[in-house]
Ligand binder design. Structure first.
Ligand SMILES: [Zn+2]
Length: 110
């Protein structure tokens, strides 16, 4: 449901996602960092599983394990950051702007 201007009741509202953008980037970086830590254990698991297929399998398994863990960490961190950013946008920042009277307000107070 689109928000309404609390001053002039206009429905012409622009939403800024400043908090969301910042938190998504921060979350992706933080997630990738923790993903790198997880990648070490992912690589070990992958190498162990791949070892069944021989030495080559061990290398491929280790790489696949590390890649998947790092990627999963980045994605998880990014979506957690986006959710946090949405919360910040809606409850803390004045993330909505009325296009008619230029009043800015947060989704909470609307
Ligand atoms: Zn307005």
């Amino acid at each position: 449901m689109p928000p309404q201007c609390p001053i002039c009741r206009s429905g012409r509202i622009a939403a800024h996602h400043t908090g969301r953008k910042i938190c998504t980037s921060l979350g992706t970086v933080a997630g990738a960092i923790s993903g790198i830590a997880a990648a070490c254990s992912g690589a070990r698991i992958g190498a162990t599983v791949g070892a069944i297929a021989g030495p080559a399998g061990s290398v491929i398994g280790g790489l696949a394990g590390a890649l998947l863990s790092g990627l999963a960490g980045g994605i998880a961190g990014g979506s957690a950051g986006a959710a946090l950013g949405d919360f910040v946008d809606e409850s803390i920042l004045d993330s909505f702007e009325c296009l008619d009277c230029k009043h800015t307000f947060s989704g909470n107070r609307a």
